[in-house]
Design a protein around this ligand. Structure first.
Ligand code: SIN
Length: 545
């Protein structure tokens, strides 16, 4: 089966494809893409990003910081133990050991190069506490503007780096593979049309899948593009069923994103209240508001599903000067017309982070030769069934640098491959948006915080039906770049939604972020990861129209 690949053999005149040679192509401009691009010097890097400027992706929006054992009395061993405990039995302890040990070293090296973190009056880096960490080890920058501050700093260095050719507005459509090896990337450029970037080495740094869901803290570019490109290229994917929902997003949409209210607020003393103003988390878990993220998210989600509202009470923090410590949250609430000093803030869980991804080894290599992955798109095995807060930016740095070191050590010329044809992907933009919206609803209803087999089976049929409708829409000529991106994102969304649902249906147990009402307990036979490829996309009979 074709997994929903948008290729048709005949039809409208196809546009031409220009060829450009590249030593290394990096796709994505969040933390992993920026760090890798800098670390790949002196190799010539073509950095493709579909956004209009650097930086892009979720890293830019991270409020919570970077966890690293850099403080007095802390140790990588303790950080690794917390990481393993959060992963609910599926975290690979060797990767946790590597992440925490190398992470602290690599972060110290970046601090030495000037990466800016918040410090106290004596110049010492300030370290905060977050849920399920046994020590204060969270570094922040610009208060709760950590992602923006760090990726902004990195992006300014990438802009000045002579070895990096930055190509914004560039949508990666296909990884070209020849005899099992990467041979290039076919991309659509808003300013230059179709380009075949001939290369033997590609690093995916495309982030996560939050936009597959109706409510997400992720930006609009998080549509699972890298996962889909890797799947279509034949790569192995793992842990796809594990989607982390952040407990406290603002219960109001801002465009296509649901703004995050950082966990650090609860670390600083904010409480969760139900509709009657009662604090409920102490009844749910001994760690109350600082219980593991999936526990807090489900406690909130079940109340909302029962028709209640849930609030985050920031008043104790705000009276103690919280607005200065949490400037991003203050701005979000001001825009929403909420004064947290006088009223509790309505919150709801939102899709936040994907533990699953493209299977990678310790050097970020995937199962396809010449294809690397780092950051959220990758599955190193370190997050298991539940990511420990603030481990993601650390993972992005460590594995982007390891990927760069491996690429530098093993130069790979591009194998010969014929120039690919530009696909005929034309479609009506409005129709695409409607299908994307319908898919988001299916995912939110069936593959969210709480799942069951019947709902997941139904979702597979609904998604296959949407795929058929998408296939019917893609036959118009005269593409604009926006149409190509919308068509590609829809292809990627539908493919990855189906794989996530397939994985959730396959895992007949509850573990970490994956909770099923029909299989409510963890089961020993599922103490293993689930690896899927494109061949595993189910094609159920369509529901009659
Ligand atoms: C947060 O600030 O609450 C998010 C941190 C994270 O997801 O690691």
């Amino acid at each position: 089966m074709d997994g929903g690949v948008f290729r048709i053999g005949s039809g409208p005149q196809r546009p031409g494809v220009r060829v450009e040679e590249a030593e290394v192509v990096v796709i994505g401009s969040g933390m992993a893409g920026l760090v890798a691009s800098l670390s790949l010097a002196p190799r010539r890097v073509t950095l493709l990003t579909k956004t209009g400027d650097l930086p892009g992706g979720s890293s830019n929006w991270a409020q919570g910081g970077i966890a690293a054992a850099v403080g007095d009395g802390d140790s990588a061993g303790s950080h690794a133990a917390d990481t393993v405990a959060a992963g609910a039995g599926l975290t690979d302890p060797l990767v946790a050991e590597l992440l925490t040990r190398e992470g602290a070293q690599r972060l110290n090296a970046w601090i030495g190069r000037g990466l800016p973190f918040d410090r106290d009056g004596a110049g010492r880096i300030l370290l905060g506490r977050e849920a399920a960490h046994s020590a204060s080890r969270i570094l922040h920058a610009g208060g709760d503007a950590t992602g923006r501050t760090l990726t902004g700093w990195l992006a300014s260095r990438v802009r000045q780096a002579p070895h990096v050719d930055i190509r914004t507005g560039a949508f990666a459509w296909e990884l070209v593979v020849e005899q099992g090896r990467i041979a290039g990337v076919l991309a659509h450029h808003a300013d230059a049309g179709w380009v075949f970037h001939r290369t033997g080495t590609v690093l995916l740094a495309t982030g996560g899948i939050g936009q597959l869901y109706r409510h997400t803290t992720n930006p609009e570019e998080s549509t699972g593009d890298g996962l889909a490109l890797a799947a279509l290229a034949g790569a192995e994917l793992a842990d796809l069923e594990f989607v982390q929902f952040h407990p406290t997003a603002l219960a109001a949409e801002a465009g296509r994103r649901t703004p995050l209210l950082t966990e650090a607020l609860r670390g600083a003393g904010a409480h969760l209240l139900d509709g009657s103003g009662r604090r409920f988390m102490p009844d749910e878990h001994p760690d109350a508001e600082l219980a593991p993220r999936d526990v807090v998210a489900r406690a909130i989600g079940t109340r909302i599903a029962a028709g209640q509202r849930v609030f985050l009470d920031l008043r104790p923090i705000w009276v103690a000067g919280g607005a200065a410590k949490f400037p991003t949250v203050a701005a979000i609430l001001a825009e929403a017309g909420i004064d947290p000093a006088v009223q509790p803030v309505p919150v709801a869980p939102a899709a936040h982070y994907h533990m699953g991804g493209v299977v990678t080894d310790l050097d970020a290599r995937t199962s396809v030769q010449g294809l690397y992955a780092a950051g959220e798109v990758a599955c190193t095995g370190v997050h298991g069934a539940n990511r420990l807060a603030s481990n993601s930016l650390l993972e992005a740095i460590v594995f982007a640098e390891r990927a760069a070191a491996s690429i530098l050590a093993h130069p790979a010329p591009a194998p010969y491959a014929p120039v690919p044809q530009a696909p005929a992907v034309a479609a009506d933009g409005t129709g695409l948006a409607g299908l994307a919206d319908a898919a988001r609803t299916v995912m939110a209803r069936t593959a969210g915080l709480v799942r069951d087999g019947a709902g997941l089976s139904r979702a597979l049929m609904d998604l296959a039906d949407l795929q058929h409708r998408a296939d019917r829409l893609r036959r118009m000529a005269g593409l604009a770049a926006g149409d190509v991106r919308a068509a590609g994102e829809l292809r990627n969304r539908l493919l990855i939604s189906r794989l996530v649902v397939q994985a959730a249906l396959g895992r007949t147990e509850s573990r970490g972020a994956h909770a099923r009402t029909d299989w409510p307990q963890p089961r020993p036979e599922w103490l293993r990861r689930q690896v899927l490829t494109l061949a595993d996309v189910a094609t159920p009979e369509l529901v009659p129209a």
